[in-house]
Design a protein around this ligand. Structure first.
Ligand code: GAL
Length: 350
């Protein structure tokens, strides 16, 4: 039987208790979600022999998640990824955001949505088990205009899927671009790196970045570049062709289906365990990040120090820095409208 369990962690952050929710599906898949950062802490899925393993990078202790500089498993927002120089103009007014990544604003700023406690409650689902998390981001928080009510629901379905539904409403026009920042290693989080994983991305185009990871504003074909993942290709096979200033993949791919309807975005296969993860999303883009900034200094689960390329992120979202590029799909949410996105991680073996 599928079930959800709540574990109080006897720890408060700004007067709010932090809890851990454990979702277990009828097939035995399980997900742990921490109310701090609405963080996906652990995800146990079977390999081709039916052996379960945790495929997410992270920490064994809550303390680890309270700092969590790499953003392991968190919800990033109000706007995921970078906003160049932390500024943008909306309806003729310039806004200045908190700066937390060189000269830029990254993943919502100093705390964003990843270093705050969310309210949570279990959700009865007919096709699985879920937990709903809510957060109210005040007008002016991190420099953003408008009070924003955010809701994220994690559901572990009986069809071996982890579904994440996002919704938000605002009282003033504001940019919103939410994503989950899980680092996967389908061989199991303790395994070396993801360079042998085969990746397929349903993307004919990408948005180039400069040496400082700022978007140039162009939209270019992947054809003839090391970013062509239109057929399954090992992540490591061309990674050294990426300019060394980036250290690996850290690019937004333009998904072929950008109509807001759920569509296939990516598939990843690890031949050592047979695990396959398919990603379906309503979003127009996916940030593929090959954990280039992990440098062996962070001690993760089971005492393992995570090195470069230990995991990969596929962050479904609108394009980075959309507020400063009018040719990108808009991330502006206006009062009376609801922001919505759904992403599904579907697991199988081959
Ligand atoms: C990714 C981003 C990277 C890096 C990482 C966090 O989403 O694309 O450049 O900032 O988050 O370390």
């Amino acid at each position: 039987m599928s079930h959800v369990q709540k574990i109080g962690l006897n720890l408060m952050e700004n007067g709010q208790p932090i809890d851990l929710y454990v979702l277990t599906s009828k097939n035995g898949l399980s997900a742990k979600i921490l109310t701090y950062g609405a963080t996906l802490v652990e995800l146990q899925v079977p390999d081709r022999f039916g052996e379960f393993n945790d495929i997410l990078l992270g920490f064994d202790t809550l303390d680890g998640f309270l700092t969590n500089d790499p953003y392991f498993g968190v919800i990033v927002g109000r706007v995921a990824n970078r906003i160049a120089r932390g500024k943008f103009t909306l309806d003729g007014k310039e806004y200045r955001l908190s700066i937390n990544d060189g000269p830029n604003h990254l993943h919502g700023g100093l705390k964003g949505f990843s270093k705050v406690v969310w309210r949570a409650e279990p959700i009865p689902e007919k096709d699985g088990v879920g937990v709903g998390l809510s957060y109210f981001s005040a007008d002016g928080e991190e420099g953003y205009p408008g009070g924003l009510s955010v809701r994220v629901v994690y559901v572990l379905t009986d069809d071996n899927e982890l579904r994440i539904d996002y919704a938000a409403k605002t009282d003033k026009p504001t940019p919103v671009n939410l994503s989950n920042h899980a680092y996967f290693n389908l061989a199991g989080a303790e395994n070396a790196d993801i360079l042998d994983h085969e990746l397929l991305l349903v993307a004919d185009r990408f948005t180039p970045v400069d040496d400082a990871l700022n978007l140039t504003g162009e939209i270019m074909p992947v054809e003839g570049t090391p970013l062509d993942f239109r057929t399954p290709t090992a992540i490591g096979s061309r990674i050294l062709q990426i300019p060394s200033s980036l250290g690996g993949y850290d690019h937004n791919f333009v998904l072929n289906n950008d109509c807001g309807k759920l569509a296939m975005a990516a598939r990843v296969y690890d031949s050592s365990t047979g695990r396959v993860m398919e990603i379906l999303s309503t979003e127009p883009g996916v940030q593929f990040y090959s954990s280039n900034f992990l440098d062996g200094s962070i001690k993760g689960k089971k005492g393992i120090f995570y090195r470069k390329h230990h995991g990969f992120c596929l962050e479904t979202q609108h394009f980075p820095d959309s507020v400063n590029h009018t040719n990108f799909p808009s991330t502006i949410l206006r009062p009376g409208k609801t922001y919505a996105q759904t992403t599904i991680h579907r697991f199988s073996v081959k």
